[in-house]
Design a protein around this ligand. Structure first.
Ligand code: C2E
Ligand code: CA
Ligand code: CA
Ligand code: CA
Length: 295
């Protein structure tokens, strides 16, 4: 099951860290542990070949109008025997082993296809995709993405790449180069989990980003913890003062919606609006959704 999978991934990651990343799994002098890593890697490879990865979508809604503005793509693994495996149980392993590249490429292609379907049914929405630290040092990625956008006729400004502060801080100079290429292409970018990483504000100023996403830990605590409420308030002000739009994630109830719209937050995402859903359910959801009336 999922727990067994994460245990194996952790062992493999531990091993990989000790021996400078995943290349170890291809060496002949495999021991049991890296053998397990090899088998997980094989399973992941098969997952792509057999189309076991699933792209789920979670809506992003405009707080001022209540309109659906777009969605964030979130990956899941529909494993033949383990059931639906959540991203935290295989993304970290995929990052450690470099396999994340195939996952990211698959997700971007799938996202471009989905955007095309939306456009064909008359909708112009924004689609966000998560990138990992490894993706930011992949020098083929910008050109590859550019080809995908052209192939599927996706205007770059409708794609937003979500990147965490810590992914950028892994290799800031390299990351900045990549972000500048995306920016040059016209693709939008968001700093994900804002407030949980270590980036300095001086650095933030230099990044060509369009959006800040307030981490859900602050949003979920703000009703009970006035410090968290102050952090949320400050991030919204900071974003607006820097000309960025701000998204809150993790809205779980109406009170969170009301608090955040009073603070002028631009976009909202959370279980109260909708949980991530299979991509083929999204259009039907979007066509019927409206902000629940005041009780
Ligand atoms: P994230 O990018 O911060 O994504 C938001 C996570 O918060 C999602 O979890 C989403 O389901 C969850 N969430 C949204 N609203 C609520 C809420 O109201 N309450 C609660 N409790 N949770 C909420 P998910 O899908 O399990 O993804 C977890 C993380 O895995 C993501 O965090 C992201 O770091 C990573 N991830 C997911 N998909 C991808 C992907 O395609 N590529 C990469 N590189 N990472 C991914
Ligand atoms: Ca995200
Ligand atoms: Ca986030
Ligand atoms: Ca996160």
């Amino acid at each position: 099951d999922g727990d067994e999978l994460i245990r194996r991934a952790e062992v493999a990651m531990y091993k990989a860290k000790q021996t400078h990343l995943g290349h170890i799994v291809f060496r002949p002098e495999l021991d049991m542990r890296s053998d397990e890593a090899l088998s997980l890697l094989g399973e992941l490879r098969r997952a792509i070949e057999h189309q076991e990865l699933r792209l789920f979508l979670q809506p992003k809604v405009c707080m001022a109008s209540g309109e659906v503005k777009g969605a964030e793509a979130l990956v899941r693994w529909q494993h033949p025997t383990r059931g639906m495996v959540p991203p935290m149980k295989f993304i970290p392993f995929a990052e450690q082993t470099g396999f994340i590249r195939q996952i990211t490429y698959w997700l971007l292609e799938e996202s471009a296809r989905i955007w095309r379907q939306w456009a064909d049914s008359g909708l112009r929405l924004d689609l966000s995709v998560n990138l990992s630290a490894r993706d930011l040092i992949d020098s083929d990625l910008p050109a590859h993405l550019n080809r995908l956008l052209i192939l599927h006729g996706v205007p770059p400004e409708h794609l937003c790449l979500e990147i965490t502060e810590s992914a950028i801080m892994d290799d800031p100079n390299h990351a900045l180069q990549t972000l500048e290429q995306f920016h040059y292409m016209g693709v939008k970018m968001a700093i994900d989990d804002f407030g949980t990483g270590y980036s300095s504000l001086a650095y933030l100023k230099r990044l060509p980003v369009d959006e800040l996403k307030i981490d859900k830990s602050f949003v979920m605590n703000m009703q009970h913890d006035s410090q968290d409420e102050k952090i949320v308030r400050s991030v919204i002000d900071l974003a607006h003062n820097m000309g960025l739009r701000v998204v809150a994630e993790g809205l779980e109830d109406r009170r969170a919606w009301e608090q955040l719209s009073a603070l002028d937050c631009d976009l909202a995402q959370g279980y109260w609006i909708a949980k991530p859903m299979p991509s083929d359910q999204f259009l039907a959801w979007a066509s019927t959704w409206q902000l629940p009336a005041q009780p």
